[in-house]
Design a protein around this ligand. Sequence first.
Ligand code: ADP
Length: 371
Amino acid sequence: MNRVGVIGGGQLAWMMADAAEKLGIELVIQTPSSADPAVSIAKETLFAPVNDAEATAKLSDRVDVITFENEFVDLDALSQLQSACFRPSLSALKPLLDKYDQRCFLKANDLPTPNFWIPEEPPVSFPIVIKTRRLGYDGQGTLIIRDQTEWDAAIAKLQSVPIVAEEFVPFDRELAVMAARSIRGEIVVYPVVETQQENQVCRCVIAPAEVSESVAREISAIAHTLLDRLEVVGIYGIEFFLTKDDRVLVNEIAPRTHNSGHYTIEACETSQFEQQLRAVSGLPLGGAALTCGGVVMVNLLGFEQAESDYLEKRAAIAQLPQTFVHWYGKSESRPGRKLGHVTALLDSDTDLRASGLNLANTIEAIWYARS
Ligand code: ADP
């Protein structure tokens, strides 16, 4: 199996390049624009939106297996493509593409998740969280509603967009984990990481997270249950809330590689991108252990409307010790857009969380400085 089709050509597909080369795999990408990051590393590109199933039919003629870097596909249309081989399968995506369905799936499988409902009446108490049911990412479509005025404004803005409401979880920390499952049903779970968000967008990730053994065990058990129940072939990212009393709630499941797994490129035996390719092409999975004491990953988010490659800032960040800058080559910067990320390895004899956050602050001070 040496030709893998990828639906979506953003940075997640772009970062598959090194692993594909290592494994002798050619990537054929379906993505709408020639400016998309993965076009430069693809053997071939089919220029079409990710939800264009006719293009995916053509993609399937050119590859042995199709995987996803973007799950915003048209599942009904894809299910008509009898001869296409999707890994993960369409049934492993189906309960996850709509945030309400995802919560229902978690509940039906007795997995801990925040209380949720379809709001028909204005809420009687606040805060609550509302989310657009489909196509949300990077906090787009997630709103924390603190009072009636904010509720009225949100409803007026969203109009007829389908939404789900959920309890506001006053979490202590946010955690995440990557987990992969092979065609033989073998599962590997990566270390639990801590993620920090600002305005609902991930700012940085620290691995490993400082959590008790029982929390780490519970997260691993949830990952196993999820991947087994869905019979996943591929890699999934799972996000969690950890409450003050050490309760773990699943926030969200991403059926693909994930921002919270970028640190695996430099810091684990097998990167999440190699693991995805190993799983979907039928190879045995690689190890998921850390190869260093700890690591921090910092997202380089757009902070202005511009066309710039920020070369000076990137060069300044790259001067920091044990630091790797990944630049996605996007031609346009917009506030909040993920333009790149930085991974910095940490020494294990330090307080990992404190030094990780410190380093994140240093990197952000360079990145967000007005020149
Ligand atoms: P997206 O799919 O856009 O990433 P998420 O559902 O992951 O959206 O939400 C983004 C962020 O919003 C979370 O990481 C968290 O910080 C905050 N958030 C989401 N749901 C809740 C909730 N029920 N309670 C408290 N904060 C929440």
